[in-house]
Ligand binder design. Structure first.
Ligand code: HEC
Ligand code: HEC
Length: 379
């Protein structure tokens, strides 16, 4: 009896040690958890050029796209560029709650990493390709405030931009109408943005070590991050939406964030995104898709508008999350700890009312919240 009890106590103590990571921290994950963790890699994901953009992957277009991205000549007042809001040092975001160009916009500026992995672009997925998404800020009166005609005139009068255009597109600007010139500019911008990819994170090194059963590599990953990862794939059920190597299923959900950018003004989220997508001349079903067979347009052809889309926003990738504060489509969460608090105390009535079945309040302890944040910071 005594012996058995001692053995039992030793086992229990052993189990606790494993969980706190003081010994063999590899064993804190069971088989199912290991499989889930491995599903978040390998990284980087190999990608092919974008068939909808004949400039995708072309070095001359990439170089020209970078010049355009950083050029103030793309704004009506010559005061700002794409890089004003998408700053490299801030993970290609801007560090503020909502973007500010000529005026303030309604949404948070997302980082621009790993764009080739996106199916939809923008928080509402209003674009089905990267070049269409790059046209939007050029024309938005609150961002760069241009028209296709002014843009073309601007390029013509700016020698380095006009020469670059001719070299990349094989014809002088004068021979193209303003809309075609704008789409071409957007395709060069897209070719550049596709080259912004994030490197291996501390999580990726851990995942590779786990796949290779490399004990030293596994042990090098901090214990709080391991415990947070266990919550992420387990009790937290985070990876139902933040799925796969890029930590997103690429689709849209309502996680109970507010929908009012200003009193009396509603952000329709995915509902408005689908309406915009269908009307756009720049979608993959339209005349500017370079993929003649339209094989790229399957998702766009089949997208359906339902009342459930109201107030849904795209599941963001969590890679580089430590660099991209503030968070959410409206920038309303300042820190990762605030985000985790939201999931912990999420109001249940609100979710049920909106039909989101994947979420429930997690009621995490302070230690669990700290672990989850520690994990997110390793991405
Ligand atoms: C005023 C600040 C601002 C400027 C200037 C700006 N952006 Fe953005 N960008 C944003 C905001 C805000 C969003 C989110 C838009 C949305 O969801 O409706 C965004 C979204 C994007 C996205 C979608 C990313 C994703 O994950 O879906 C791309 C791509 C992008 N911008 C590229 C550009 C390019 C190229 C330019 C220059 C032509 C540019 N942006 C200029 C603020 C800006
Ligand atoms: C039902 C799908 C779903 C689940 C489950 C889910 N998320 Fe999210 N997550 C989203 C969506 C959608 C957004 C963007 C919401 C918005 O902006 O309105 C988001 C945003 C975030 C952000 C902000 C990222 C940024 O760049 O702004 C973080 C961090 C995050 N989630 C972490 C988690 C964690 C941790 C869990 C588990 C506790 C989790 N998520 C579970 C769908 C989900």
């Amino acid at each position: 009896m005594t012996l058995r009890r001692t053995a039992c106590a030793a086992l229990l103590a052993g189990a606790t040690l494993l969980v706190t990571g003081a010994a063999h921290s590899t064993e804190i994950f069971d088989e199912d958890e290991v499989a889930l963790i491995l599903s978040h890699g390998p990284w980087p994901v190999k990608t092919d050029p974008d068939p909808s953009n004949r400039m995708s992957g072309k070095p001359a277009a990439i170089a020209y796209g970078k010049i355009l991205f950083e050029s103030n000549d793309l704004s009506i007042d010559r005061q700002r560029s794409c890089a004003t809001c998408h700053q490299e040092a801030l993970g290609f975001g801007d560090g503020i709650a909502r973007g500010f160009g000529i005026a303030r916009v309604d949404r948070n500026t997302p980082p621009l990493f790993n764009m080739r992995l996106n199916r939809w672009f923008g928080w509402d997925g209003k674009s089905d390709n990267l070049w269409a998404q790059s046209i939007a800020p050029i024309l938005d009166a609150r961002e760069l405030g241009m028209t296709p005609e002014i843009l073309k005139a601007r390029l013509v009068e700016t020698p380095n931009l006009a020469d670059g255009y001719r070299d990349v597109f094989g014809a002088p600007l004068a021979t193209h109408d303003a809309e075609t010139a704008m789409v071409n500019v957007a395709k060069a911008l897209a070719a550049f943005q596709e080259t912004i990819v994030s490197g291996k994170s501390s999580f990726d090194r851990f995942r590779d070590a786990l796949a290779a059963e490399d004990k030293a590599g596994i042990d090098a990953y901090p214990d709080p991050a391991k415990r947070g990862l266990k919550l992420f794939v387990g009790k937290g059920r985070c990876d139902l939406c933040h799925f796969g190597a890029n930590f997103t299923n690429g689709e849209f959900h309502d996680i109970g964030m507010p929908h009012f950018p200003a009193p009396g003004r509603v952000d329709k989220g995915r509902y408005g995104g689908i309406q915009h997508l269908r009307k756009s001349r720049f979608n993959l079903l339209g005349p500017f898709n370079d993929d003649g067979l339209r094989a790229t347009a399957g998702f766009t052809r089949h997208v359906r508008l339902t009342p459930k889309n109201w107030g849904e926003f795209r599941v963001p990738s969590l890679r580089n999350a430590a660099l991209t504060a503030p968070y959410m489509h409206d920038g309303s969460k300042d820190t990762l700890a605030d985000v985790v608090n939201h999931y912990s105390e999420i109001p249940e009535e609100r979710l049920h009312q909106d039909g989101e079945k994947l979420l429930r309040p997690l009621h995490l302890s302070d230690a669990e919240k700290a672990d989850l944040v520690a994990f997110l910071r390793t991405l």
